[in-house]
Design a protein around this ligand. Structure first.
Ligand SMILES: Cc1cc2nc3c(=O)[nH]c(=O)nc-3n(C[C@H](O)[C@H](O)[C@H](O)COP(=O)(O)OP(=O)(O)OC[C@H]3O[C@@H](n4cnc5c(N)ncnc54)[C@H](O)[C@@H]3O)c2cc1C
Length: 297
């Protein structure tokens, strides 16, 4: 089967191609995920719209209102090395630096990861905890979709077929906020296998008082990247203690519905999520980490 290829130079050109293709086109950025799907014949595109050369999608900026804007075609490597992002949300570059290996990080993009909506992808998990907004562009202009409404089902997002993701907007955090990212991955970097991750953003109470606010993202424990207000509510007004983490663990076992796979049972994934949550909250709260770094092998 032949496949048409459009290398768009502007978002307008890309949208024009998507509209003309009437749902038959696939956007391609780094191609890290899409080319694997094509090799496996799981996707057989007849039109590829390449957005990796659109300058407007390639930059990271701090906007005048303190919002951080990450263009959809920014690579994981560029996020890992961004001083703007590190200063605003230290866990994001830390997370990006742990993605796969150099080759994948150099080509794979944040937008590609978010639009793929793999429940194990790391950037979607961070964006849930940071209450990011996905700004899309289509024939009717731009549309803002909160991260918490973007991931609809397994590999399915709220994007329409004639839209592309233009940028991710992350709001500034309140004073006293801290962040951390934790990941359990029994693998080497080049395996595409089961991982479980947790992103934490929390506001510490004054003088080591109870947690004032918390927001969490979970990866690898459901059909989509997961957030749960029920789990978050366990921590609000509480200090991190065995009792608090015990209640959070119980809640996680109630709300998480992980996909069982060849490596782990659903209950084992719930258990790992609870342990990783505890370690990651403690890392955010007082900088300690009871494991061996972000990536526990
Ligand atoms: C060996 C291996 C290890 C990996 N390890 C990790 C890991 O540790 N952590 C992790 O998070 N990920 C991991 N990944 C996944 C990888 O990081 C992502 O698949 C990659 O970021 C996807 O980005 P891309 O630009 O290559 O997307 P592409 O492959 O180009 O596209 C992916 C999907 O997104 C769509 N898309 C892309 N950009 C846009 C856009 N702007 N608007 C609309 N739709 C768009 C495409 O149509 C396609 O459906 C791994 C992958 C491999 C192969």
């Amino acid at each position: 089967m032949s496949c048409r290829y459009t290398r768009a130079r502007t978002t307008a050109e890309a949208v024009e191609a998507l509209v003309a293709a009437k749902g038959e086109a696939h956007v391609i950025a780094g191609g890290v995920a899409l080319v694997i799907l094509m090799n496996e014949r799981l996707v057989e595109p007849t039109w590829l719209v390449d957005v990796s050369g659109i300058d407007a999608l390639r930059s990271i900026d701090r906007l005048p209102d303190g919002m951080i804007r990450i263009g959809a075609a920014v690579t994981h490597r560029e996020v890992a090395e961004s001083e703007i992002v590190a200063e605003a949300f230290p866990m994001v570059p830390e997370m990006a630096a742990e993605i796969a290996c150099g080759r994948i990080a150099n080509k794979g993009t944040v937008g590609g990861s978010i639009c793929l909506a793999d429940p194990q992808g790391d950037p979607p998990v961070a964006m849930l905890a940071l209450h990011a907004t996905m700004r899309t562009v289509g024939p009717d202009g731009a549309r803002d979709i909160p991260a918490r409404e973007f991931f609809v089902d397994l590999y399915e997002t709220a994007l329409r077929e004639d839209e592309l993701l233009r940028e991710i907007l992350i709001p500034p955090m309140k004073p006293g906020s801290v962040t951390a990212f934790g990941k359990y991955a029994a693998r080497k970097a080049m395996d595409y296998t089961s991982t479980i991750s947790v992103a934490v953003r929390l506001v510490r109470g004054a003088d080591d008082g109870p947690i004032e606010e918390i927001s969490l993202g979970f990866g690898g424990v459901g059909q989509t990247p997961v957030h749960s207000e029920e789990v978050e509510n366990v921590f609000v007004g509480a200090v991190p203690s065995d009792e608090t983490f015990g209640r959070a663990r119980k809640k996680l076992f109630d709300v998480l519905d992980p996909i069982e796979d060849h490596l782990y049972s659903a209950d084992y994934k719930r258990h790992v999520a609870a342990v990783t949550l505890r370690r990651t909250v403690m890392k955010a709260f007082d900088g300690t980490w009871e494991g061996e770094g972000v990536l526990i092998r």
